[in-house]
Design a protein around this ligand. Structure first.
Ligand SMILES: Cc1cc2nc3c(=O)[nH]c(=O)nc-3n(C[C@H](O)[C@H](O)[C@H](O)COP(=O)(O)OP(=O)(O)OC[C@H]3O[C@@H](n4cnc5c(N)ncnc54)[C@H](O)[C@@H]3O)c2cc1C
Length: 668
């Protein structure tokens, strides 16, 4: 038996900060009970913020505006190039401008249900409440949200909901929101309140006397290793979907900041909860290093279908209407093409498994879980149509262009097919990670003084994130939640001893980092870091992707340590550590993926239920839908690190549902 799977179960953890009382009053109560730091004292505190995406950018700007001294990091050349800039479709808010029955409670309800009842009610309700403020804040900053004829902000619908609550700026919502946060951050940089370190990567966390007190970082241009100390550290370093190698994430998004924090004591929650997005451009071959998302907003007007008959290779416009299967509309008539992402993704996989996929076949080796009929993929066709012919007939091409023009252009540039004339082809791809560092209601991890916000934490989306909710959560965390809760930590913490570079905790973290980089350079093997990353990604997609099975996960858990061992024997990193060395950066990130992947598979193995993005083949209803096991698994799984390759300890946070009672999700 693999010793890694013999994990122990430790003390349960409780979210001790969420106040009792009516859910709608909890956030007000918490803010009132939280201690404040006197404005004059704030400038005496230094806060490190790692990341400048929507979560980090908004947090850094807001903390500096409050008077804290902020030291901020990103690995891009400019804070405004963070991965958040790629977000296309929109941001949710319970404004109810459409008067279509939306409310804070409905957004809360949809999010808890959409997350398959694996999120904490108090957090989700707060998120829904704050959503309304986010839109006001961003409008005040000048974010150019789309407007409708009457002047009100326009909205559209995203999956898993029956109201129209998604605010957008064409297909560039993330970019426009990030420019808003970036201008607020730039103001604080110019004012000297934020010390910005671009092109600098955090490689370790410094923990002194059990509290997060700083980071070890590497200047990516010169290779210089530096240390930075502070009174608190905030990780806003994004998600870890790139552990699968191919994903819709930016190429450089990685897990290092949160994984290194995990190794220093921060519990990692629900690592197996990965979101596979249904509308991505299908993979075309082995040469690819990146997948491209087509925004979920397209499902507002595009209709998804495949041929009724398996093996039908006729061009789409030669397949008559009665020989098409609009399978989402057929199986889920109430939500149709707007079912949540996990459901739409699995349905696409199912029709492709039945041999009804479209597009070129034989190129895509990625397949189903071990033992499934399509194990390894086997060259089947992986694609379904997303067809706008009806929408163009109904609204006219001009209107479709106005709504989705830039997405259509992007699709055509990548595929050389004109989606105004032939249906788009789409297939699910890894997109977002619901798992992340465990945080309490204050967004504090299990390491006092270490906070995690945005996609880096596990908090609000349960086992499946609804579309347009990541931007909402990142900005809620950064503009509103963290700036209130961090005060409480800083006000209560006993006077912190000054920490200098020769403190053993700092020197130890630096020595470990330098040693790791030296070892990577010294192997001098014959395989690139990328080749290991690709191999790991293939394994993860096959065994821990859209469908997981006991057998497949155990195989992956046996294989990952072998890849890790081979990595340390055969990796080749040219150049030196004292220069710009992207191979070294990559290798160091792969080291962390090779450990994180193991934890993801263990988490997936131990959760023998299906929920949200985690579909266990052994746990399905007779009609093939995901079957949750609430009695056994109504908890967040928070894992404690005990050493590389050593079985971690599982701590459970029981989930209590007082307002939205778990039911089998139905979108039919
Ligand atoms: C293609 C695409 C489209 C999307 N569209 C939408 C959408 O329409 N609506 C929606 O709600 N969500 C969308 N999402 C999800 C959403 O974009 C992300 O979840 C969100 O932007 C994450 O924001 P973040 O601030 O947490 O992290 P990121 O934007 O990923 O920022 C991470 C930051 O951390 C820094 N960083 C990371 N590690 C380190 C380190 N070790 N050292 C120093 N700095 C570090 C990076 O430099 C960067 O500044 C989309 C995602 C993708 C991939």
């Amino acid at each position: 038996m693999n010793p890694y799977t013999s994990y122990a179960t430790g003390e349960p953890i409780a979210d001790t900060k969420a106040p009792k009382g009516p859910i709608a009053e909890r956030w007000d109560t918490r803010r009132f009970e939280a201690k404040l730091v006197n404005p004059a004292n704030r400038r005496k505190h230094t806060v490190i913020v790692v990341g400048t995406g929507l979560a980090g950018g908004s947090a850094g700007a807001t903390l500096a505006e409050q008077g804290y001294h902020v030291v901020q990091f990103c690995y891009q050349d400019s804070p405004r190039r963070a991965h958040s800039i790629a977000a296309q479709g929109g941001i949710n808010a319970a404004k109810n401008y459409r008067n279509d029955g939306d409310s804070v409670h409905r957004l809360f309800y949809d999010t808890v249900k959409g997350g398959d009842f694996r999120a904490r009610e108090s957090n989700v309700h707060r998120l829904a409440q704050i959503s309304v403020q986010i839109i006001d804040q961003c409008v005040a900053q000048g974010v150019p949200f789309a407007r409708e004829y009457g002047g009100l902000l326009d909205t559209r619908s995203f999956g898993g909901v029956q109201v129209s609550r998604t605010f957008y700026a064409r297909g560039q919502t993330g970019q426009q929101l990030l420019l808003g946060a970036y201008q607020a951050l730039s103001r604080q940089i110019a004012a000297g309140n934020v010390e910005m370190h671009p092109r600098t990567e955090m490689l370790d966390l410094v923990v002194v006397d059990g509290r997060a007190r700083g980071i070890v970082a590497r200047n990516l241009v010169t290779g210089e290793i530096t240390t930075h100390v502070a009174d608190a550290v905030v990780l806003a370093s994004g998600g870890y979907g790139n552990v699968f190698y191919l994903s819709t994430n930016a190429m450089n998004s990685n897990a290092t900041a949160i994984w290194r924090a995990h190794r220093r004591g921060a519990y990692f929650a629900n690592p197996c909860f990965t979101q596979i997005h249904p509308t991505c451009i299908p993979r075309t071959g082995d040469h690819q290093s990146k997948l491209t998302l087509m925004s979920e907003s397209l499902r507002n007007d595009g209709r998804i279908w495949v041929p009724r008959a398996p093996g039908d290779t006729r061009p789409p416009n030669e397949i008559p209407e009665e020989e098409r299967d609009y399978y989402l509309e057929r199986i889920y008539p109430s939500f149709g093409n707007l079912v949540p992402r996990d459901i739409a993704s699995r349905a696409a996989k199912n029709v492709c498994d039945e041999g009804r996929g479209v597009g070129p076949g034989g190129q895509n080796r990625r397949g189903g879980a071990a033992g499934s009929p399509v194990e390894g993929g086997g060259g089947r066709r992986e694609g379904v149509y997303l067809d706008f012919a009806d929408a163009i007939r109904r609204m006219g091409r001009k209107k479709v262009e106005e709504k989705y023009g830039n997405l259509f252009d992007m699709y055509e540039r990548i595929t050389a097919e004109n989606p105004y004339e032939v249906p788009m082809r789409i297939y699910p791809a890894v997109h977002y990670t619901m798992g992340g560092l465990w945080v309490d209601y204050d967004l504090q991890t299990t390491v006092p003084g270490l906070f995690a916000i945005g996609e880096a934490n596990f908090s609000d989306h349960g086992a499946n994130r609804l579309g347009a909710s990541a931007l909402m959560q990142g900005l809620a965390d950064g503009y509103f939640v963290l700036p209130s809760t961090i005060n409480d930590y800083l006000a209560r913490v006993p006077a912190l001893e000054p920490v200098t570079g020769d403190h053993p905790a700092v020197a130890g973290a630096v020595a470990e980092t330098e040693d790791r980089l030296r070892r990577l350079l010294a192997v001098d093997g014959d395989r690139t870091p990328d080749s290991f990353h690709r191999e790991l990604g293939e394994l993860m997609w096959d065994r821990c992707g859209m469908a997981r099975s006991d057998r497949g996960l155990r195989e992956a858990l046996d294989r990952i340590p072998e890849i890790r061992e081979e990595f340390w024997r055969r990796v080749r990193v040219p150049g030196t550590g004292e220069e710009l060395n992207q191979s070294l950066e990559k290798a160091n990130r792969v080291v962390d993926y090779l450990e994180l992947a193991e934890l993801m598979c263990l988490d997936a193995l131990h959760r023998t239920e299906s929920c949200g993005g985690h579909f266990r083949e052994e746990s399905q209803t007779p009609d093939g839908e995901a079957a949750r096991k609430d009695e056994e698994f109504s908890y967040a799984a928070a894992w404690e690190f005990t050493g590389t390759g050593r079985a971690p300890v599982l701590h459970k946070e029981d989930l209590v549902f007082e307002y939205v009672h778990p039911t089998q999700r139905s979108y039919a």
